[in-house]
Design a protein around this ligand. Structure first.
Ligand code: DGL
Length: 269
């Protein structure tokens, strides 16, 4: 059975992988963390485009993936059109901030968006924002350093940055004019949801896009692709690769996912 390829600049895409695993419990996955060339969100868009193209090529040529999930908002904004042009017959799914579900859910009509600087500056995001209900007010906040703090598993830094960025967004609550919904527009931020949830309070909903991405991926796969067949007992459900330190990816996967094996380092040029 051919695997599904999933990549991100680092460990953030594991939040999407978790949803993929729940939605496609019998599928095999190959996950690439590009930690050796991260973070993407504060880098030049050409860097993100080049890295995404290189990883896409690696997953297609070395792992013969049957679908590709770009588990990174920043890489989706910069590179999904190029990836689709490079592999026109391959199902390719990207992730983008969940503005529409957030707007539908909000009662106050005030929605916060936490994302990388690069995502918020992209044409793709501008088009997405433009397509939303004009009655809803979106407050945008670039979160420099937050993905890196999550990548480095640095709890103090995560707490300090989350406090800084939520303070910039608020006030939070259910009263008119208050923000009752916050979009997590970077896949890393799901792993700071506990901290963010404490800061914004119990009445505010945090929304990521893991589940919709997983459902979209499942909908693009033909049943004959092998989902639903039992995998051999010895076959791991995911192969973990990283262009950075194997221990960091292994530690994050061990913490947030179940039943993952060792992570391996790979150079992808
Ligand atoms: N996880 C990535 C995203 O969803 C970005 C993290 C980074 O800045 O590298 O945008």
């Amino acid at each position: 059975m051919q695997p599904i390829g999933v990549f991100d600049s680092g460990v953030g895409g594991l939040s999407v992988l978790k949803a993929l695993r729940q939605t496609l419990p019998h599928a095999r996955f190959v996950y690439v963390s590009d930690a050796g060339h991260a973070p993407y969100g504060e880098r030049d868009v050409h860097h993100v485009l080049d890295r995404s193209a290189a990883i896409g090529r690696h997953l297609v040529e070395e792992h013969e993936v049957r679908a590709l999930v770009v588990a990174c908002n920043t890489a989706t904004a910069a590179a999904i059109a190029t990836l689709r042009a490079n592999y026109p017959t391959l199902p390719i799914v990207g992730v983008e901030p969940a503005l529409k579900p957030a707007a539908a859910r909000s009662r106050t009509g005030v929605v916060g968006v936490l994302a990388t600087r690069s995502t918020l500056a992209s044409d793709k995001f501008a088009a997405l924002l433009q397509a939303q209900d004009p009655e809803v007010r979106f407050v945008l906040q670039a979160c420099d350093g937050l993905a890196a703090a999550i990548e480095n598993a640095d709890p103090e830094k995560i707490r300090a940055l989350c406090a800084r960025y939520t303070t910039a967004l608020g006030p939070f609550g259910n009263a008119p004019g208050q923000m009752d919904t916050v979009v997590l527009g970077c896949t890393h931020y799901t792993f700071a949801a506990d901290v963010l949830g404490t800061l914004v309070g119990p009445n505010v909903m945090l929304m990521d896009a893991g589940l919709p991405v997983a459902q979209r991926t499942a909908s693009l796969l033909a049943p004959s692709d092998g989902d639903g067949l039992a995998t051999g007992a010895a076959a791991p459900w995911v192969d973990l690769w990283t262009t950075g330190a194997a221990s960091a990816l292994e530690h994050a996967a061990g913490r947030w996912l179940h039943g993952t094996g060792a992570a391996r380092h790979v150079e992808i040029a």
